[in-house]
Design a protein around this ligand. Structure first.
Ligand SMILES: Cc1ncc(COP(=O)(O)O)c(C=O)c1O
Length: 436
């Protein structure tokens, strides 16, 4: 099968689950055939361990690499830091520069804490909100990482119901005592949200949500959220870990005129080097000194150095403008190819983070077949496209021609009545539901 598949077989024996991130599991793409490992990644090109070359038209480092892989300018800044020491007993000056920059980009904020990964940054935001309000309950919608505060939503009185609120995320190992401390609402559902606020009066610390993801925010919904936070003294936390930096340089909330109390940034801000930031109003953030939030590697220097250059390049090159244009082109291309071949797709997501699902029987079979056909044509592809600066018209046009061919093959397979007969391995696993 080659080195790439052999290594994954070994990984599954040594590493529970095979990978450290659910979204990187080969089984969620193309079981037994997806190239699980890369030898080199540059721009939007990837080489696997067997020297096979692909254009990545899928998740671009699961959303972490907006500028493309191994960006030269970011790498230069990182190499400068490596030569001068990534770690010391003293602190990295870049973190103060980055704090200044983030506050300048978000004038409603005045203080910043740093972490390195998205889930931990969200846990910090929730800790700060609970410390500030002296309340425990969190109202949330969307996905916010793996930590106990969030998975608590899936604890139920009846163990057999555990997991039903956010399908796909198991709360096994999360203390049952946290039951009822994280309560979900649906995006753009004003009535459901207001009911939840009413039923939890006096208990809530925070409202936690992404400002935008699959759907654009309804203006009245956002105003209702803001008003409820204000009227009840709740901390409004916007999770910008995936939405941020793609529609504009900074948090997506800047587009909608609603200012939170805290906004959290992660992966995309430093183009593949670990970095995360929790920015907020000083009236809320200052409480961080009175609880214990502290970790050695939150002080390393590569993260803030990479973030400073990444954000500068996003501004200089109007990267969000490029992501929106390329993302729109891909979404339109999907629609056109589906129309050409008589397939029915449901296309959604903001332009830089577009995705689709097949509106036919057995959508997972079709998703698997699509990934298989595209891989054979030299593309890492799934039912989503995360745009990057490295995606130019040349590789997008090539990709869309391949999509058209793949859809033509699939339409024929569907009309024959048994598309699964063309699969060379098992059907892909479903991911988790995001409640957005
Ligand atoms: C909105 C959102 N919040 C939190 C996270 C968790 O971030 P991380 O995987 O870096 O822990 C993600 C990751 O996909 C995300 O999309």
């Amino acid at each position: 099968m080659g080195k790439t598949q052999d290594l994954y077989k070994l990984a599954k024996k040594l590493i529970p689950g095979g990978t450290q991130l659910l979204s990187k599991r080969p089984e969620t793409f193309l079981p037994e055939l997806w190239p699980a490992y890369y030898e080199k990644a540059k721009g939007c090109e990837v080489w696997d361990l067997d020297g096979k070359h692909y254009i990545d038209m899928s998740y671009m480092g699961i959303g972490a690499c907006i500028l493309g892989y191994a960006d030269n300018e970011v790498n230069e800044a990182v190499k400068y830091v490596i030569d001068r020491g990534n770690m010391a007993t003293l602190n990295a000056p870049e973190e103060v520069m980055l704090a200044e920059l983030l506050v300048a980009l978000h004038p409603w904020s005045s203080m910043v804490r740093f972490a390195r990964t998205g889930g931990e940054a969200m846990a910090i935001a929730v800790r700060i909100a609970r410390a500030k309000t002296k309340k425990d309950t969190v109202l949330f919608c969307g996905y916010h990482g793996w930590h106990d505060w969030y998975l608590a939503a899936n604890l139920a009185d009846d163990r057999s119901l555990d997991g039903h609120l956010i399908p796909g995320l198991s709360p096994l190992g999360v203390p049952r005592g946290l039951k009822g401390t994280a309560l979900p609402f649906n995006y753009n559902d004003i009535d459901g949200f207001l009911k939840l606020v009413k039923n939890t009066k006096g208990q809530v610390a925070a409202i936690v949500m992404e400002p935008v993801r699959n759907h654009f925010p309804d203006k009245q919904f956002m105003q209702t959220i803001k008003q409820a936070a204000h009227d009840n003294g709740l901390v409004l936390v916007f999770d910008e870990i995936t939405a941020g930096w793609r529609l504009n340089v900074g948090g997506a909330h800047l587009n909608y005129g609603i200012e939170p109390d805290i906004a959290v940034f992660g992966k995309a801000m430093s183009n593949g080097y670990p970095m995360a930031a929790i920015i907020g109003r000083s009236a809320v953030m200052e409480i961080a000194q009175e609880t214990f939030i502290s970790s050695t590697y939150w002080t390393e220097r590569i993260g803030p150095a990479a973030a400073l250059v990444t954000i500068k390049k996003m501004k200089d090159k109007n990267v969000p403008g490029h992501l929106i244009r390329v993302g729109q082109k891909v979404k339109q291309g999907w629609q056109k190819a589906a129309g050409n071949n008589g397939l029915s797709l449901d296309i959604s997501g903001i332009d830089p983070l577009g995705h689709f699902s097949f509106q036919h029987d057995n959508p997972l079979v079709l998703k698997t077949l699509f990934t298989q056909l595209m891989l054979e044509k030299g593309f890492l592809a799934s039912t989503a496209f995360y745009a990057s600066l490295a995606h130019d018209d040349g590789n997008v046009d090539k990709y869309l021609r391949a999509v058209d061919e793949a859809f033509a093959f699939m339409a024929k397979a569907i009309s024959e009545g048994k598309p699964e007969k063309y699969l060379k391995g098992p059907v892909c696993h479903a991911g988790f539901k995001r409640l957005t």
